[in-house]
Ligand binder design. Structure first.
Ligand SMILES: O=C(O)C1=C[C@@H](OP(=O)(O)O)[C@@H](O)[C@H](O)C1
Ligand SMILES: C=C(OP(=O)(O)O)C(=O)O
Length: 480
């Protein structure tokens, strides 16, 4: 039974879902098509490029986009979202909220969510597909939890391998019921309007787990709190407050305690989503390693819980500066200007990992162009992303002639300071960030770098290739 469900997709196949950013939701019948994970792979090669130049913007932040759709659906009244990231992961969340009774759709260039009020969601007509998205699936477990609804959640082959116990553990302790084999999707989550609040100390530094518990607490009578030892991205807390919820943050013996007062009413709001620093990272990294480059990426979220990569690049000697710093929609925003730089290896401390957790594949590639060893510590969480990013990064670097090693939770990369041979074929394992990081490598390496599949890039950064080409990046047919 389990195998038959693995990677199952519902509704239209991937190639037929590309007509526009939003399709009206047609509830699929609870009939399972045999797994057809992501269609044919799309390999691509990145070629050595001339100086990258330009001033550009990248699409909206993925984390904030998911949360805006979810909180909009839980609020009373209409929420209008500008700059929503129209990527597959986020569109799946829009479809999920629609299936749960809070329709999300695009009018002109604004996304509107018709909120149902805290506790107002209804049973979907069929299973809900979260595609490749850990954030979509895990946060939605928290959204569903305090509702009297039953939801079967499915995902693609990558998401169906990712651990869900980290979220389901605390939710079960509150009274949520879960059916399925083990802790992997597909799972059926049965929420309840009579959950008990909990006080939960996070065993892993994860904003997804923190957020799921806070979202469950939002619909639960009493106060629910989470304690985190290391600061993880705080968009849920910020946005909950913006929508009118009572959220308090205070020091605790084990770290920081974040608590939410349950059953407070949220009110629909207008939200402007800033540019995604995790997407901007690819442009910034490319400009740093391609000689002669100068690029400015406008309007990027620079919340300190997200900027660990930028701090690290500056420590390596990178000419990376935040210009025109301002606050937009309760989040700090800046234009990031980057110029080609000669870089040196550094040690990146484990405490910094949560603030750059999605950026390690890109940093490892940049480190290959630096002089000396870069040591990245505390990377256990990389093993449970869309792929095992620790293993996949090592394999990709080795395939391109870079000396590297993973030992326990530490990754070391030896930069010769004399360039990178390239010429390798990189396996991306249904992981968008692996594909983008190694395409960036090919723009500066001696021989082209080929990635085996670019299709997953659409999960977070659908305009990656065209934006890169717009500043001068060259791509070509796969050579492997
Ligand atoms: O909360 C979020 O929006 C995210 C949290 C991180 O995951 P973890 O919570 O598993 O660290 C990150 O990797 C993911 O891309 C987005
Ligand atoms: C880990 C990521 O996302 P998610 O967990 O939402 O799949 C990512 O975007 O790098």
């Amino acid at each position: 039974m389990k195998d038959r469900w693995r990677g199952a997709r519902f509704g239209r196949p991937r190639h037929a879902r590309k007509k526009g950013p939003f399709q009206p939701v047609t509830h699929p019948k609870p009939h399972v098509e045999p797994a057809a994970p992501h269609g044919d792979p799309h390999p691509l090669a990145a070629l050595k490029s001339g100086p990258l130049k330009g001033e550009i913007a990248v699409p909206g932040d993925k984390s904030i986009s998911h949360r805006a759709l979810m909180l909009g659906g839980l609020a009373t009244g209409r929420t209008r979202i500008r700059g929503l990231l129209e990527s597959e992961d986020v569109i799946n969340t829009a479809r999920a909220m629609t299936a749960l009774g809070a329709p999300a759709q695009k009018n002109g260039d604004v996304w509107e969510v018709l909120g149902r009020g805290t506790g107002g969601l209804r049973n979907p007509e069929g299973p809900i597909d979260f595609g490749n998205s850990g954030t979509g699936a895990r946060l939605m477990m928290g959204v569903i939890a305090p509702h009297d609804v039953t939801v079967t959640m499915v995902g693609d082959a990558s998401l169906s391998k990712r651990p869900m116990a980290r979220v389901l553990g605390p939710l079960k302790a509150m009274g949520v019921n879960v059916e399925g084999e083990g802790d992997r999707l597909p799972l059926t989550v049965r929420g309840s309007s009579r959950l008990a609040p909990i006080h939960y100390v996070l065993p892993v530094p994860s904003a997804q787990v923190k957020s799921a518990v806070l979202l469950a607490g939002l619909g639960t009578a009493g106060e629910t709190s989470v304690v985190e030892r290391e600061a993880t991205r705080d968009h849920t807390e910020r946005m909950l407050r913006y929508f009118g919820a009572e959220v308090a943050t205070a020091p605790a013996p084990e770290g920081t305690r974040i608590s939410v007062r349950g059953q407070s009413e949220l009110t629909g709001r207008d939200i402007a989503v800033p540019g995604d620093p995790s997407s901007a990272a690819f442009l910034v990294a490319a400009a740093l390693i391609v000689p002669g480059s100068e690029v400015t990426v406008r309007g990027i979220l620079v919340n300190p819980t997200r900027t660990g990569l930028y701090t690290t690049l500056q420590e390596m000697g990178g000419d990376v500066v935040f210009l025109n710093q301002r606050e937009e929609g309760g989040e700090p925003v800046a234009d990031i200007r980057v110029r080609y730089s000669e870089l040196s290896g550094v040690t990146v401390p484990a405490e910094r990992a949560p603030s750059m957790i999605d950026e390690y594949p890109m940093l490892a590639v940049v480190a290959a162009f630096a002089r000396g060893v870069t040591r990245m510590e505390g990377l256990a969480e990389l093993k449970v992303k869309e792929s095992d990013r620790l293993a996949a990064t090592v394999a990709g670097l080795l395939a391109n002639g870079v000396t590297t090693e993973a030992s326990g939770d530490t990754l070391t990369v030896e930069g010769s300071g004399r360039g990178v041979p390239g010429g390798g074929l990189v396996a991306t394992h249904l992981d968008h960030r692996m594909a983008m990081a190694f395409l960036v490598m090919g723009l500066a390496s001696d021989a082209p770098v080929t990635v085996d599949d670019t299709a997953m890039i659409a999960t977070s950064f659908p305009t990656f290739q065209s934006l890169m080409e717009g500043i001068g990046a060259r791509f070509g047919e796969a050579t492997k």
